[in-house]
Each structure stands twice: as C-alpha cells, then as structure tokens.
Design a protein around this ligand. Structure first.
Ligand SMILES: [Zn+2]
Ligand SMILES: [Zn+2]
Length: 257
C-alpha cells in the first residue's frame, strides 16, 4: 500500500468500490447502516469557513455534524455501524444494565460507558465543531485513543473529521507510511495527504466526496444531500471486510494442517 497522494483518482475509486462491494455482500452491511445513520443522526450544515480555509477554496458546500440525539440513539447507531449483529443485544445490556460481557467487543463497552457519564458535554463538544477534516481543525479528545472501538466512537461523533480504523486497516495505514501511534496525528496526516491528492488531480470537495459511491453497488440506497462523508472516503481506501474474511480463511487453513 502506498500513500493516497501517490495513487490516481481511478485507483482510489477502485479501492473504495471494492470496500463497498465487500461490505454490501458481508453480513455487517456497513454500507447500508452508514447511509441510514447519516440520514437519521446528522445534519449537513453550510460550510462556515472563510476564504482562507482549504475547503472553501475548493468549493466546499458544507459539513456533516451530529444532531442533538439521545445517548440511546447514539448507541443504537454505534452497534449497527461497528459491531456484528449477534453481539449487539449483549453489548447494549452491558452498557445499560451492567450485565457482564466478555466478548471480543468488550472495549466498546468501556468506550461507551465513559461517554455515557459525560454525554451532554461530549455531544456539545462534537456539535461545537463545525469543521471538516480538510479544514485541518484543532481537535482535542479526552484521553488517548488506544483501541478500534474508541476510534469508531470518536469518528461517529466527528463523522466528517475523524477516520475510524480496525486492526487490518490500521496495518494498511501504517504500511502506507502514515503515523498510527497517535490517533489525531494519523488523522491529520491522512487529511493533509488527501488534500495533496486533490490538488494534484484538480478535485474539489464535492469531487473528493464522490470518490465514494455506494449507490453504484447498492442502488436502493438513497443519495445523501451532502455527498459521502469524508471519514468514509479515507477509511474505505484502507478498510476491506473481504480482506478480513480472506485472512480468516488462511488462518483456518493453516490450523487445519
Ligand atoms: Zn467547508
Ligand atoms: Zn474549512
């Protein structure tokens, strides 16, 4: 894997399309839940930036910002987006009733519980940010982001600003030469490189959002007024559910011998 800025727009589109295809065929159906989440939990607000901002300079029309939703709704969306179907109910009762849960996704419970105790302030902070990742905004998060469930939670709060990762995509991001030891540094480097890529190929912000086109795979998805979220564009260059399946197959084969 190489940096985004050394790929052509066609190559980036192909990688994102492969990720969408795999996610559409996979059980988690991320591509559908993502569409659903953006329509129910987010506003597309007018771009508030001045002419000095990179985004405005590149014809930016607006940014996605989380709505004034309840913690309950945030958790429902979190579970749909980031966790497998068969674990959702158990994770939910662990968060809301404290029922013990020792599954693979236990870090999700820790992350959601810390957000729960601080929901109004956390939501207000996310809603206080009216920038997108291309603006190179100065964001601070409470504590460091050490696992993928925390990264996914922060990305869901700042959908147009912070890119989530999982174990496989983080490896790919690292192999491409970006910093992965610090979540905010990783995000800054990814977005700066996306800007370099857009400049090299004369893409405006709408053109960047269009690199991701889930409706080409799943025509039943309703198109989003603001286009695709920027975190998704970057994430899908590196994230593939298929790769995970493939790795698991190799793992199984190896362990059959
Ligand atoms: Zn903007
Ligand atoms: Zn801006």
């Amino acid at each position: 894997m190489v940096r985004i800025s050394s790929l052509s727009p066609g190559e980036v589109r192909k990688r994102i399309e492969a990720s969408n295809q795999a996610s559409y065929e996979g059980r988690a159906q991320y591509v559908c839940w993502e569409n659903h989440a953006l329509r129910s939990d987010y506003d597309f607000i007018d771009c508030p930036c001045g002419p000095e901002c990179w985004c405005k300079h590149r014809g930016c029309l607006g940014h996605y910002r989380i709505k004034e939703i309840s913690f309950n709704q945030f958790v429902d969306t979190y579970l749909n987006l980031w966790t497998p179907k068969n674990a959702r109910e158990s994770i939910k009762s662990a968060v809301f009733t404290g029922k013990p849960f020792r599954g693979r996704q236990r870090n999700a419970i820790r992350a959601l519980n810390s957000l729960r105790g601080n929901w109004s302030a956390g939501l207000a902070k996310a809603r206080g940010c009216n920038k997108c990742g291309l603006c190179d905004p100065n964001i601070s998060l409470e504590g460091s982001v050490t696992n993928l469930y925390e990264a996914k939670m922060w990305s869901q709060l700042f959908y147009d600003v912070l890119v989530p990762f999982d174990t496989a995509s983080k490896k790919e991001i690292k192999r491409a030469g970006y910093t992965t030891t610090d979540f905010l540094t990783m995000n800054r480097e990814l977005f700066r490189d996306l800007r370099r890529f857009a400049e090299a190929h004369g893409l405006d912000v709408a053109g960047i959002r269009k690199l991701d086109s889930p409706s080409a795979i799943a025509p039943s998805l309703s198109s989003l007024a603001g286009g695709q979220p920027l975190s998704g564009v970057l994430d899908k260059v590196f994230y593939s559910p298929r790769k995970k399946k493939f790795t698991m197959q190799i793992f199984k084969l190896r362990h059959h011998q």
